[in-house]
Write a protein that binds this ligand. Structure first.
Ligand code: IMP
Length: 482
């Protein structure tokens, strides 16, 4: 009998809830051998799971008892879209961490990120506007973070024109990370240095030449910028001037983050690590080649902090999934894609449109072979389930428990070409009325079907359940730490 079938029998036939209806026994935030008060939040599948609001909630909880919280982001850049809703303000963050709206929070954009200075400046302005003119948190941009510029976006577009859809979000992410591997990155500290004009000029020329080699004039390639219509990269002078403007403001926030992390990690200040994208988008573990370029696993925290933070010492290593389905954006076609009216219903009810690109997202059934693979290799021990309210009494919840290839049971492998050939095997599980979950904040008030479902999924992923959300606003959740 397969592993998932055994768990299914235990939960649905023998009514074993594996203790999920009880509060976590010992406080996971203070365990021997772990760094107390540290929590990491990782995307569990293919992104857009709701990490932003989960992070926001943890930061808020910490700030009730601590003067300061460090909020650290180590990967990705403007390709991310983290939505947080506080009271009547809704804000979509791309490069800035979700703790930015909270006073007492130090939000660090880490070394492992690729930052677009012009978009970043605009994002800072949006935060200021939403917060009556002042950035509420203490924003720190690591001087070691790599720059992702219009040149990188133009190169992605040139590749697209040459090769067809490469699946990128057009935010110059892979091309900026490639600069690191080629050993010619520009970092924030280069933008702030005296010789920045020369560095930018060399960079511009290098990209103009490369793109010319592909047959295009870089200055004429239109690139996407935050809250602006697409516009051409322009000539070298314009390129340098606009970055000179951004530089003037960004230098206020740019610091050597290494020193802050070293000092604070050795103190008792709480740390919230917010990852961007998701483990299923990681280039080594995800649905290659339709993946992103940054390290989407906890290992990325280690390299971004230059080894100060060892991920295994983080007290809560949690991953977030959407409770009853998964969404996917990009070129990839997953074997578990829902192709009937249910997808349209979910897309509408859960507003499944890209926060960065506005694209309608594909809707997939929960894929246990894939998710359990990612959780196991990602060394995840706690589970957060969002969108628990997306469940319909007239439709069972379909979950993939196995793949078949040529009639044989086969595992998940991080290779899209392979995944396109497998046939999913499904279980249909009893659903509940999602609407009845509105306002539920206690586990004991959840319907039995929901409790069984939570028990089944958390056991299948070998995790303890940490939080369930049933609405987009802060506190629309059941938090096992409360
Ligand atoms: P890139 O990160 O722009 O190179 O995009 C590569 C692929 O990663 C996209 O087509 C998406 O499939 C995926 N991706 C990148 N960022 C996100 C995100 O924030 N949510 C969901 N998918 C993403």
């Amino acid at each position: 009998m397969s592993k998932f079938r055994k768990i299914y029998e235990a939960v649905y036939k023998s009514n074993n809830l594996f203790g999920i209806n009880k509060t976590i026994a010992s406080n996971p935030l203070s365990q021997a051998s772990k760094r107390a008060n540290s929590v990491a939040i990782v995307g569990g599948v293919l992104g857009d799971e709701g990490k932003g609001r989960v992070t926001d909630e943890f930061t808020y909880e910490f700030l009730r008892n601590h003067k300061q919280v460090i909020h650290y982001r180590d990967n990705g850049g403007a390709n991310a879209g983290h939505t947080i809703e506080i009271k009547n303000t809704k804000i979509v963050l791309h490069q800035i961490g979700s703790g930015i709206m909270q006073k007492g929070c130090t939000v660090i954009l880490g070394k492992g990120m690729v930052l677009h200075p012009i978009d970043l400046l605009k994002e800072i302005q949006l935060v200021k506007k939403a917060a009556n003119g002042k950035v509420p948190a203490n924003l720190v941009i690591d001087e070691m973070a790599t720059l992702s510029l219009d040149t990188h976006r133009a190169y992605e577009t040139a590749l697209k024109m040459r090769l067809g859809d490469t699946g990128s979000t057009g935010r110059g992410i892979a091309t900026a990370y490639a600069d690191l591997l080629y050993r010619h990155p520009l970092r924030m500290k280069d933008l702030l240095s005296r010789g920045y004009r020369q560095s930018l000029s060399d960079h511009y020329q290098r990209y103009a030449d490369t793109i010319k080699g592909l047959g295009y004039d870089m200055s004429k390639i239109a690139v996407t910028r935050l809250k602006e219509d697409d516009q051409p990269v322009g000539n070298e002078k314009d390129f340098i001037e606009i970055l000179t403007e951004a530089r003037k403001i960004l230098k206020i926030y740019t610091k050597p983050a290494y020193e802050i992390i070293q000092k604070e990690w050795n103190s008792t200040t709480p740390f919230v690590f917010e990852k961007a994208q998701a483990m299923g988008l990681d280039a080594k573990w995800g649905t290659y080649p339709d993946v992103t370029a940054s390290d989407c696993t906890l290992e990325g925290i280690k390299s971004s902090t230059e080894g100060i933070v060892q991920p295994e010492r983080i007290a809560i290593k949690s991953a977030v999934i959407k409770a009853t389905y998964t969404s996917s954006v990009g070129k990839r076609r997953m074997p578990t894609e829902i192709k009937n009216k249910l997808a349209t219903r979910i897309r509408k009810d859960a507003n499944e449109y890209g926060a960065t690109t506005g694209r309608p997202r594909d809707i997939l059934y929960i894929d246990l072979p894939m998710i359990s693979f990612l959780f196991e290799n990602g060394k995840i021990d706690y589970l957060v389930m969002t969108h628990m309210d997306i469940s319909y009494p007239d439709t069972p919840i379909r979950v993939c428990i196995d793949y078949k290839l040529k009639g044989k049971s086969v595992p998940y492998r991080p290779d899209l070409n392979y995944l396109e050939q497998v046939e999913p095997v499904y279980f249909d599980l009893p659903s509940w009325d999602g609407a009845s979950l509105q306002g539920v904040s206690k586990i004991s008030d959840l319907p039995q079907e929901a409790l069984k479902y939570i028990a089944f999924i958390s056991k299948a992923l070998n995790t303890q359940i940490l939080m369930i959300t049933n609405g987009p606003k802060r506190h629309q959740s059941i938090n096992w730490l409360k």
